[in-house]
Design a protein around this ligand. Structure first.
Ligand SMILES: *[C@@H]1O[C@H](CO)[C@@H](O)[C@H](O)[C@H]1NC(C)=O
Ligand SMILES: *[C@@H]1O[C@H](CO)[C@@H](O)[C@H](O)[C@H]1NC(C)=O
Ligand SMILES: *[C@@H]1O[C@H](CO)[C@@H](O)[C@H](O)[C@H]1NC(C)=O
Ligand SMILES: *[C@@H]1O[C@H](CO)[C@@H](O)[C@H](O)[C@H]1NC(C)=O
Ligand SMILES: *[C@@H]1O[C@H](CO)[C@@H](O)[C@H](O)[C@H]1NC(C)=O
Ligand SMILES: *[C@@H]1O[C@H](CO)[C@@H](O)[C@H](O)[C@H]1NC(C)=O
Ligand SMILES: *[C@@H]1O[C@H](CO)[C@@H](O)[C@H](O)[C@H]1NC(C)=O
Ligand SMILES: *[C@@H]1O[C@H](CO)[C@@H](O)[C@H](O)[C@H]1NC(C)=O
Length: 464
């Protein structure tokens, strides 16, 4: 009830009488003016807008705007015009929306030619154009951009978040990398789904504060080495790239979170391949259907100088679910007990002595951190233990057997022994019978001869 009352007060506050016309058409509630799906093709006339002040969010999604004309003076901090047909934007179109902090122009028909620096021009003051000084977030996802103008962001000095994903860039050419590199305060850059195979040099050297970079759904076949230019990169998203082997990784000491999920080709993570990520706290490596092998020293740096033991990164969370892993090495992580979340569910684990430590050490830890993450831990091998819960085995303190040198299973040896035993049991009477019959015949033939032989032998013994 109280919430309803406050929401009512708020909408009265944000839209004055002149704006009510807008609210007849759109839904104004709780600081949001929502004009989605209203079949609008053009701006409503100026008087309608002027009633809108201090609105948090103004939404014009899913309409038919093709040509964005200059907006009249109105007050909103977020303007969203997603999923329209915008192909042209007037110069300085947003210059009167002075409080604008977030502008979303995703899923339109903007091309490299139509998106010029002038679009983001601010007001014209005596000598120069003012910048759009409050704009921090600009979203241009899902347009037709294959290149950006060098100076595209020159009027946006506060820009911190830039999403230009789902555009057909293919390569980041010189003017595009100049445009991105010149966003001095850039913190988040989304370049996912842009058909990139590589990153240009000097792209992320200048944006000193870049902390999150999304490179998912591209064509990278290795972790791009240009990332070593980053100064404060903390999160890297590499999901859904065709990397088949992680062999090495650039030195990014600041990196805390690495995401490598849904990699269709990933098979192995090799020895020391991630050792350069000395600050890693969170590894997301799930849904990699072909990932069979993670080297026991994938994260470790060998001891240097006076150190006696290798160094591990300070991992706190590790996600390895839905992979094709059969074994997990105890030495992969230095202190499993220090982890706050461990998800290794939905892998074809082998329940043999090599994974015994999982029952005795790891599963109790997982149970402590989050008991629901023990549910999807089942044995896939050997066949006798297929689909048996590893948590149950752990709770019963089970000891798992070793598969022998040739991958044979010792419990089959039992069967072989029994067969041999039965054969022997059948053969013994036959052989005995044969011997008896044979020796009976032999004795009969040579009894006298034998007798004399023994006699002679006895004699010779006495002689000695
Ligand atoms: C307006 O939006 C609010 C919040 O999104 C919703 O609860 C309400 O039902 C909407 N009103 C109309 C008439 O669509
Ligand atoms: C805006 O309205 C559309 C359609 O009525 C609705 O689907 C959408 O969730 C609304 N958005 C917000 C932020 O209220
Ligand atoms: C604005 O639109 C209203 C009707 O929606 C119309 O009566 C009015 O004349 C228009 N004003 C201008 C300046 O175009
Ligand atoms: C812009 O924001 C300031 C401070 O929040 C506010 O006083 C002013 O009315 C806003 N301008 C518009 C046009 O809404
Ligand atoms: C990264 O990009 C993908 C694909 O566009 C998107 O689904 C995901 O939300 C993005 N992640 C972040 C943290 O921005
Ligand atoms: C670690 O980083 C350095 C410098 O970027 C690089 O030369 C080396 O190959 C990297 N090592 C691995 C194992 O990736
Ligand atoms: C435990 O794991 C489940 C499944 O992943 C998750 O939904 C839940 O938030 C986790 N709980 C805690 C306390 O982390
Ligand atoms: C899992 O945790 C519960 C409650 O904390 C405890 O009773 C149970 O014995 C634990 N099981 C194992 C296998 O450690």
């Amino acid at each position: 009830m109280w919430r309803l009352v406050t929401a009512g007060l708020l909408s009265l506050f944000v839209v004055n009488s002149r704006g009510m016309e807008m609210c007849e058409r759109c839904n104004c509630s709780g600081g949001v003016v929502n004009c989605s799906l209203k079949r609008m093709e053009d701006h409503m006339n100026d008087t309608v807008w002027q009633g809108i002040i201090n609105v948090d969010v103004f939404i014009l999604d899913y309409n038919g705007f093709v040509h964005l004309k200059t907006f009249p003076l109105f007050g909103t901090s977020k303007l969203s015009i997603r999923h329209n047909l915008i192909a042209k934007i007037d110069d300085g179109a947003f210059r009167f929306i002075t409080n604008l902090t977030e502008l979303d122009l995703s899923y339109n028909h903007l091309t490299s030619q139509s998106l010029t620096p002038h679009v983001f021009r601010g007001n014209y003051s005596p000598e120069k154009y003012e910048p759009l000084k409050n704009l921090e977030i600009l979203r241009l996802s899902g347009n037709l951009l294959h290149s950006l103008h060098n100076d595209l962001f020159e009027h946006l000095p506060s820009l911190k978040v830039l999403t230009i994903d789902s555009n057909p860039f293919k390569i980041l050419d010189l003017s595009t990398s100049i445009a991105i590199a010149s966003v001095y305060n850039l913190q988040v850059l989304d370049l996912s789904s842009t058909m990139l195979k590589s990153l240009p040099d000097n792209l992320i050297h200048s944006p000193k504060y870049l902390t999150v970079m999304n490179l998912s759904s591209n064509y990278f076949t290795e972790i791009p080495k240009q990332l070593q230019e980053a100064h404060s990169l903390e999160e890297l998203i590499l999901n859904d790239n065709p990397i088949s082997k992680i062999r090495n990784c650039p030195l990014v000491k600041t990196l805390k979170v690495l995401r490598m999920d849904w990699m269709p080709a990933l098979r192995t993570i090799e020895s020391r391949s991630l050792s350069n990520l000395t600050g890693l706290t969170e590894l997301h490596c799930s849904h990699n259907r072909h990932l069979q092998f993670i080297a026991e020293d994938a994260f470790t740096l060998p001891p240097e100088g006076e150190e006696e033991s290798p160094t591990w990164p300070p991992l706190a969370k590790i996600f390895l679910s839905h992979n094709d892993l059969r074994y997990l090495d105890f030495d992969l992580i230095s202190r499993w007990d220090k982890l706050k979340q461990i998800d290794i569910q939905m892998n074809p684990w082998v329940c043999d002595c090599n994974n015994q430590w999982m029952l005795s050490t790891l599963i109790p830890y997982i149970n402590q951190t989050n008991a629901s993450l023990t549910a999807g831990l089942v044995c896939n091998e050997p066949p006798e233990l297929l689909d048996v819960s590893m948590y149950e085995l752990s709770a019963r303190n089970s000891k798992m057997r070793c598969l022998d040198l040739y991958g044979n299973r010792p419990e089959n040896d039992g069967r072989i022994l029994v067969s041999i035993f039965i054969c022997v049991m059948i053969l013994i009477p036959i052989v005995m019978g044969a011997i008896v019959i044979f020796s009976y015949r032999f004795h009969r033939k040579s009894y006298s001869h034998n007798f004399s032989y023994i006699h002679i032998a006895n004699q010779s013994k006495e002689n000695i």
